[in-house]
Design a protein around this ligand. Structure first.
Ligand SMILES: CC(=O)N[C@H]1[C@@H](OP(=O)(O)OP(=O)(O)OC[C@H]2O[C@@H](n3ccc(=O)[nH]c3=O)[C@H](O)[C@@H]2O)O[C@H](CO)[C@@H](O)[C@@H]1O
Ligand SMILES: C=C(OP(=O)(O)O)C(=O)O
Length: 432
């Protein structure tokens, strides 16, 4: 069992280059399956979610070569089956992209239910609705479901709620469907735009990605190309938040500052100094920080994936801050763990009330999901004494070389292997 061991950061800061986005890479790899020729993707991070994707790919005949430079060559010409192992599918979130990517070509896909971070309720009804509108038939079994459609056809789809996953999945399915598909109340996330841009480079006809209405004219063939994933706005945001928590100065390089808009606005609002160039952002706190209110929303709103890291920063800010997560009202598993470290936070009806300023102390805590892990790591940098963070496998779903990247900014963070299952089990539940 791995643990991340964190000692207080006496000084924290420096410059760090941000890798390609996890959430984009997962969609881009799926999009590559739609091609009739090999596709080369650059900026694909070495994270466990992508390892699972690659294993599923191998199972179905997708050939993938990855190199040390984070380039992945995907050759979909050998795909011979669209039956995805249910266990593999349920060990991450986006196996459902294989439906959008394989249905047009293979007519039938068998798939396990999605995993990913567990915020209690993560429905896929909007994926089902969009694919059904295009002619797909679903049969749900206990551990897997089957989707069938001899010929997907374009449709006018009005999403009931804004979903980045459902928007991407529908776009994948529509790229080779017969006729025109219109997606209304579509997600505007950078990862949606990134996927559309790859598909367009492959020869798809897509207009409007980045707005709430996307139109796709289905085409019969898609070609190979070379494409680079956008930088990970969530990793970048986490490092900038860590700067605020530790009184450090951090510059994130190779980012698209526009993608971080709501995060940078919030950091400025609490009193941090934020400087932007075309490809970098520098953040630091030169004075006293102020408490704030945060309400998560779909892009361009404040991302749910950054509310947990921000909670760690707000425990350092004297006064009362409020965080409401409207996207995942139960995404607060990090709170009991922060309270174990001495924080004063209560959660009621999807709103965390953080009474900041109390000193934190290191202890053994458990990361229940990827961003909870980063939240605890940031908190640990500010705590007295040593913190051990269990649940590292969740963090590794989204962060490459997590300990080394924080070390490169001067933090004392190491990865330790322990087989102490008993202690792990006890502390995982304590305080919750
Ligand atoms: C791999 C990936 O890209 N993961 C991101 C993606 O997840 P994911 O794509 O799963 O999240 P969605 O954008 O679909 O979810 C947004 C909201 O829509 C709801 N919903 C979604 C689909 C559906 O069929 N029905 C429905 O009601 C969800 O419960 C949630 O409240 O966006 C989330 C919200 O920004 C992020 O936290 C995840 O990091
Ligand atoms: C929720 C996340 O990931 P996933 O959707 O893959 O579970 C995340 O990256 O914060």
């Amino acid at each position: 069992m791995k643990q991340i061991v964190v000692k207080p950061a006496r000084t924290f800061g420096g410059a760090i280059s941000i890798p390609g986005s996890k959430n984009s890479s997962l969609a881009l790899m799926a999009a590559a399956c739609l091609s009739d020729e090999p596709v080369t993707l650059k900026g694909i991070p070495k994270i466990t979610d992508l390892d699972v994707f690659a294993r599923i790919g191998e199972d179905i005949g997708l050939v993938i070569y990855r190199d040390e430079e984070n380039t992945a060559l995907l050759d979909p010409r050998g795909i011979r089956s669209a039956i995805v192992d249910p266990l593999r599918a349920s060990s991450f979130r986006t196996a459902y992209y294989f439906i959008g990517a394989l249905l047009a070509k293979y007519g039938k896909v068998s798939m396990g239910y999605p995993g990913g971070d567990d915020f209690v309720s993560r429905p896929i009804d909007q994926h089902v609705k969009a694919l059904m509108a295009m002619g797909a038939k679903f049969v749900f079994h206990t551990d897997y479901y089957e989707v069938e459609c001899a010929q997907l056809r374009g449709a006018d789809i009005y999403f009931d709620t804004i979903s980045s996953g459902a928007t991407i999945n529908a776009m994948l399915a529509a790229a080779r469907a017969a006729g025109r598909t219109t997606l209304r109340q579509a997600a505007r996330d950078p990862e949606v735009v990134d996927t559309a841009q790859l598909l367009v480079k492959m020869g798809a006809k897509i207009r409007g990605a980045g707005s709430d209405t996307i139109t796709i004219e289905g085409v019969r063939h898609l070609r190979g190309c070379t494409y680079t994933a956008i930088p990970d706005r969530l990793i970048a945001g986490s490092f900038l938040i860590a700067a605020g928590a530790t009184n450090g100065i951090v510059r994130v390089n190779d980012v698209i500052p526009e993608h971080l808009g709501s995060c940078l606005a919030k950091l400025r609002e609490i009193g941090m100094d934020v400087e932007e160039t075309d490809y970098s952002v520098t953040a630091y706190a030169s004075g006293r920080l102020r408490p704030t209110r945060v309400r998560t929303a779909m892009y361009p709103g404040f991302p749910t994936d950054l509310q947990q890291p921000l909670t760690a920063l707000l425990t350092r800010v004297p006064g009362t801050s409020l965080i409401a997560d409207r996207i995942y009202p139960k995404r607060f598993q990090h709170v009991p763990q922060l309270n174990r470290m001495g924080a004063n936070i209560d959660v009621r009806s999807g709103v965390a009330r953080i009474r900041g300023g109390a000193p934190l102390r290191g202890t053994l805590v458990h990361a229940s999901d990827v961003r909870a892990g980063i939240c605890l790591l940031i908190a640990a940098l500010t705590a007295e004494g040593t913190t051990s963070i269990a649940g590292v496998r969740h963090i590794e779903r989204g962060y490459e070389n997590i300990a080394a990247s924080f070390r490169s900014l001067g933090a004392d963070v190491t990865m330790r292997d322990t087989d102490d299952e008993g202690a792990y089990g006890f502390y995982a539940n304590a305080g919750s």
